[in-house]
Design a protein around this ligand. Structure first.
Ligand SMILES: *Cc1c(COP(=O)(O)O)cnc(C)c1O
Length: 575
């Protein structure tokens, strides 16, 4: 079979002259725009430029996206969410009342709904018991009027991907267009089919800013396909389908790669942790493997459990009426606190659970240390989470650092200096705080800037997370490590001072020049505005420094712990 795009374009579309907007008719550079009946000025306080219609195509944004995705600009179409693009593809390539689209249930419901809106017949070919497409059955069920196949990869609500071989079989043997919806591909980027674009003229890949890029409210999706397919779709898009503020937000998201990567890693780590705990809960039958940011869980008494969770304010998706999903809930991975609340509520469902010694609580306690994700915290549950994210860019470094003082020791550290990473991990683990650091610096020169700027960012983030410092204390900690010992005293009261008495004998530890450790703590004490006294003794430099970082973490942990009053203790009495 051969794919022939021209034969797929209904006559009324191929004959269409697209609407010509004011902004698309004028070429060149004007300075007085009296062509689009806009208000000449934006209202006060509005983003600049919103009084104007967006240009025909948000050029800069497309350039950025094209560079990030390594796809030619001509092969990208932006939409008001991928929902709009799903509908657009149907209107572009299907004759209403005549053509069909194929879907693979259980899958994303929008495909079938938009098909019906466009008066197209839906051909469902159910996934097998492992939620895989049977390509033979799919191809056999296609008729000459079947124009589109919608492959959701990873699939919503099952969370799994299709094999590349299956999708290639469809691409090579189906006469129509195969739309691969990669809404969740950020959670398994290596499985994206974008690299196949140049080989298959009948492939359309959909992606979205709504999931891993955190912009569900901004409504931005993208289609990637051959230039020819994109050209046809562009013909029928609304002239200004993306708002200027949405485009700005999407650009900003693309520029925040470190945050994006941290988020994805944290969600994936949480997902695996959550899967492990849910597997042990009494009503659970199966937790299906997931490549997305949600879990499909088969349970007993599903409707009861769903209602029980809802009564506790926890809303999950009941998918038990979908084909192949009987008894299944779809659960989005949330923040550590949200996940904990889900588990607590679930745990409270069945009295038998508690009789067995609080299965969930035991499982949580057992796994919290290794996964470092979800802390069962009976005292902190009602209080606000103290966290901060700092991005600091200089000519030598670009640092993104996130700290959560109510964390549980979760660390995701990348500075490019392995020994330094290891020390920062100690701060997270022994400080029982979550610490994520993405630092890129001029390591080809030396580690100086990276270490200094990480310290400054850490100090700044700590200050920001502490806010008005209510409820924190001043503390110190002493810790032995083999023959070495370290003592760290700290006062987060707002004065910076470093006293350093750590007699390192060597020139470097790991790849880090020894003097940089003092420098790290000095930079930290300055930016965190804290008093730090650090003393250590021992024979082994490595042990001494590791003990220093651990003691520092413990001292911080004590210093930031909330007490029950609203004030910070002071030598002058309560502040
Ligand atoms: C969430 C989701 C989308 C995203 O739609 P937007 O309109 O871009 O928000 C697309 N496809 C699937 C399968 C989804 O689950």
């Amino acid at each position: 079979m051969r794919f022939d795009l021209q034969s797929m374009i209904p006559e009324h579309i191929s004959e269409l002259t697209p609407y010509s907007s004011a902004r698309s008719e004028f070429e060149g550079s004007g300075s007085v725009f009296l062509d689009a009946n806009e208000l000449p000025d934006a209202f006060p306080g509005m983003p600049p430029g919103v009084n104007r219609y967006p240009g025909k195509e948000p050029q800069e944004f497309r350039e950025k996206l094209s560079a990030v995705k390594e796809v030619e600009q001509d092969s990208i179409l932006l939409g008001n969410g991928s929902d709009e693009i799903i509908d657009l593809i149907m209107r572009c390539f299907c004759r209403p009342g005549k053509d069909q689209v194929m879907v693979f249930p259980p899958t994303f419901g929008i495909y079938a709904v938009r098909a019906r809106v466009n008066n197209l017949e839906v051909i469902p070919v159910n996934l097998d018991e492992k939620f895989q497409i049977n390509p033979d059955e799919a191809l056999k069920s296609a008729t000459p009027d079947t124009r589109l196949m919608f492959v959701c990869h990873p699939n919503n609500p099952t969370g799994n991907v299709q094999t590349k071989e299956t999708i290639i079989r469809l691409l090579e043997n189906f006469n129509g267009i195969v739309v691969v919806d990669e809404a969740y591909i950020d959670f398994c980027p290596e499985k994206s089919l974008l690299p196949l674009l140049s080989d298959y003229p009948n492939l359309v890949v959909l992606q979205t800013f709504s999931k891993a890029l955190g912009l569900a409210g901004a409504r931005i999706g993208a289609a990637y396909a051959s230039r020819e397919i994109i050209e046809v779709m562009r013909k029928i898009t609304f002239p200004y389908n993306l708002g200027t503020p949405a485009i700005r937000l999407a650009e900003k998201a693309l520029d925040s790669y470190a945050i994006y990567r941290m988020n994805v890693k944290r969600i994936v780590d949480s997902r695996e942790y959550l899967a492990g705990v849910i597997r042990e809960l009494p009503l659970t039958e199966t937790v299906y493997p997931s490549d997305a940011n949600f879990l499909l869980v088969k349970t007993r008494k599903t409707d009861d459990l769903y209602n029980h969770l809802a009564r506790n304010g926890i809303i999950v998706r009941n998918r038990s009426r979908e084909p192949g999903c009987s008894g299944c809930l779809r659960i989005t991975v949330g923040t550590a606190e949200e996940n904990r609340r889900l588990l607590d509520a679930w745990d409270a469902y069945d009295p038998a659970t508690r009789e067995k010694g609080d299965t969930a609580a035991t499982a949580l306690a057992g796994q919290a240390e290794t996964a470092g994700q979800i802390k069962r915290n009976d005292t902190g549950s009602q209080t606000e989470v103290r966290q901060a994210t700092v991005r600091r860019q200089t000519s030598e470094t670009d640092i993104t650092l996130r700290i959560n003082l109510e964390g549980s020791g979760y660390a995701d550290i990348r500075t490019g200096i392995p020994f330094f990473d290891h020390m920062l991990e100690q701060i997270a683990r022994h400080g029982m705080m979550d610490l994520e650091v993405d630092a890129s610096g001029d390591l080809e020169v030396d580690p100086h800037h990276t270490i200094e700027d990480t310290a400054i960012s850490l100090g700044r983030a700590l200050r920001e997370a502490l806010g008005d410092k209510k409820g924190i204390e001043r503390y110190g900690f002493e810790l032995p490590m083999d023959e070495s010992r370290a003592r760290v005293l700290t006062d987060l009261g707002g004065r910076s001072y470093l006293k350093w008495d750590v007699p390192l004998s060597g020139a470097q530890i790991g790849t880090v020049p020894a003097p940089l450790f003092k420098h790290f703590f000095r930079s930290f004490s300055e930016s965190a505005a804290c008093n730090l006294h650090i003393e250590a003794s021992g024979e082994d430099d490595h042990h001494m420094i590791e003990a220093v970082f651990k003691a520092f973490a413990r001292a911080l942990k004590m210093a930031v712990a909330r007490n029950n009053t609203d004030a910070m203790p002071s030598t002058k009495g309560m502040l």
